[in-house]
Design a protein around this ligand. Structure first.
Ligand code: UD1
Ligand code: MG
Length: 458
């Protein structure tokens, strides 16, 4: 039965690839590549996973009885499948610009497509956008793989994504170059400003480099529950596709944002295919772990679509849960509060459920930190274990739940079974994302007096 579906999907993919004259050609081709990516990844993972264990690439599933050993770094399979498919995508994307007859010397006489215009030059700028994206992505996959192999320290790997994003930033500079941001109307009116935007100049490139550092790392620290790394990445890509469809469905090819969002959708759709296949094996109870390779790969896919799709500010609206998780984690990430190697939830084999994991304070915290922790507990943002000093009557904080939203959700709704916890996080992420999408196109235009979504503001 599985084979029947697999073969039917492959036939569908081939049919989509052969029908090159559709109005939705790039989207249609990306759906075909997505189906191919899903099938290839599904085929390779079960056949290759034991080889990963043989060379020592495995991890213990901490939230199962007996902590079984599971192959790790399996994210490299969808990542490589994706990169190769995206290379095969290039001739299809640029099909209508290809020439079948030339008298030489760079003359372009007859084009492959019927609507070929011989005076239209090959869009080198679009191809360089695409290739710079693939180059940055390859560098990040390499970094993720090295991290999985050698467990690199934070301080050594932190700035590398910014360097990997240089090809993207150069293409952005040459091709688009907008570095100004709009000022909200109320600020403009309050200060009676004669202009409505600020040019951040080089600062905007620093911001975009920071986006490419943030996206991969924020996915990597919202992890440790079966299915969560891939699940959150799939929710993010669905939200980004919903945003793209706001610009693509009216099919106004002359709208300035049409091409950028077509690019974004063409990058995301094949990504969804390979990630869905990975989720099939990584969902509870996991047969494989995705590794840092997948987190870095995914994060960079989002940074690429945000930067080259020219919506790197909107992109962060969809990362609100990851931003919250990062800000909430700051005390542990910057060692203000001790941070154990793993902060994933604590598994109780008796009831098969997850509880908030805790950090134990060997030494007494300073009184100001203790007061802040107690305040956070009163705000239901932490769960603490405290003791009363018999001599002085002082309250001493002995333990605290770890500072991740995974543990926070367990503080609020726990204990939960691992897959239920993952589902709760993904549903919350989706709801926050849909809320952000609606706010982006309703409150956004009201605040800034402008939206690039033309059909909505007309
Ligand atoms: C990040 C988190 C760490 C969390 C880890 C889980 C920070 C600063 N770091 O570290 O707190 O514990 O991710 O991925 O927040 N694992 C499971 N079940 C899963 C997924 C992972 O048990 O569903 C365990 C396995 O033992 C696996 C290991 O986590 O081998 C992978 O951890 P790794 O990706 O190396 O951790 P970091 O990314 O460094
Ligand atoms: Mg990790």
């Amino acid at each position: 039965m599985g084979n029947f579906f697999g073969i039917s999907f492959l036939i569908l993919a081939l049919a989509l690839l052969l029908n090159t004259h559709s109005a939705f050609q790039p989207l249609q081709t990306s759906v075909a590549f997505s189906i191919l990516g899903y099938n290839i990844t599904c085929y390779v993972i079960p056949r290759a996973k034991d080889a990963f264990i043989k060379i020592g690439l495995y991890g213990k599933d901490m939230s199962k009885k007996g902590k079984p050993i599971i192959p790790e770094t399996i994210g490299i399979i969808p990542a490589i499948t994706y990169i190769f498919l995206m290379f095969c995508f290039i001739p299809f994307l640029f099909l209508k610009f290809l020439v079948i007859d030339t008298s030489g010397g760079g003359n372009r006489e007859i084009g492959i497509s019927q609507d070929y215009d011989k005076f239209k030059l090959f869009p080198h700028n679009k191809l360089s956008s695409y290739l710079s994206g693939m180059l940055s992505l390859e560098s990040m996959i390499l970094l993720g793989l090295i991290d999985d192999l050698f467990d690199i320290r934070w301080r050594h790997k932190f700035f590398l994504p910014a360097i990997a994003s240089i090809p993207l930033l150069i293409v952005y500079y040459v091709d688009f170059g907008v570095t100004s941001i709009l000022i909200p109307n109320f600020i403009k009116n309050y200060f009676e400003l004669p202009f409505n935007n600020i040019d951040l100049k080089f600062g905007y490139y620093i911001y975009m480099a920071a986006v490419s550092i943030f996206c991969p790392n924020s996915i990597n620290i919202l992890a440790g529950v079966n299915g969560l790394e891939v699940g959150q990445s799939l929710v993010l890509s669905i939200l980004l596709l919903l945003n793209d469809s706001c610009y693509l469905i009216p099919l106004d090819k002359n709208s300035p944002s049409y091409d950028s969002h077509l690019f974004s959708a063409a990058i995301l759709i094949p990504y969804i295919g390979v990630s869905l296949a990975l989720l099939k094996f990584n969902w509870y109870p996991s047969q494989v772990f995705v590794g840092d390779t997948f987190c870095y790969f995914s994060g960079m896919v989002f940074a690429i679509v945000g930067i080259l799709g020219h919506f790197s500010k909107t992109l962060l609206l969809f990362f609100i849960p990851q931003i919250f998780n990062f800000l909430y984690s700051v005390p542990q990430l910057f060692a203000i509060i001790p941070c154990p190697r793993h902060r994933l939830p604590h598994f109780n084999p008796q009831d098969n459920k997850l509880y908030p994991s805790r950090v134990i304070f060997d030494k007494r915290l300073n009184p100001i930190k203790e007061k802040i922790l107690i305040l956070l507990e009163n705000l239901k943002l932490l769960s603490l274990i405290k003791e009363k000093d018999i001599k002085t009557g002082e309250i001493i904080v002995k333990e605290s739940s770890n500072f991740t939203i995974i543990n926070l959700i367990l503080v609020w709704f726990g204990p939960l079974r691992e897959d239920h916890l993952c589902l709760v996080i993904l549903i919350l992420q989706f709801l926050v994302g849909v809320g952000s999408l609606i706010a982006r196109h309703t409150i956004g235009p009201w605040l800034f007096g402008y939206d690039n979504l033309h059909w909505l503001v007309q």
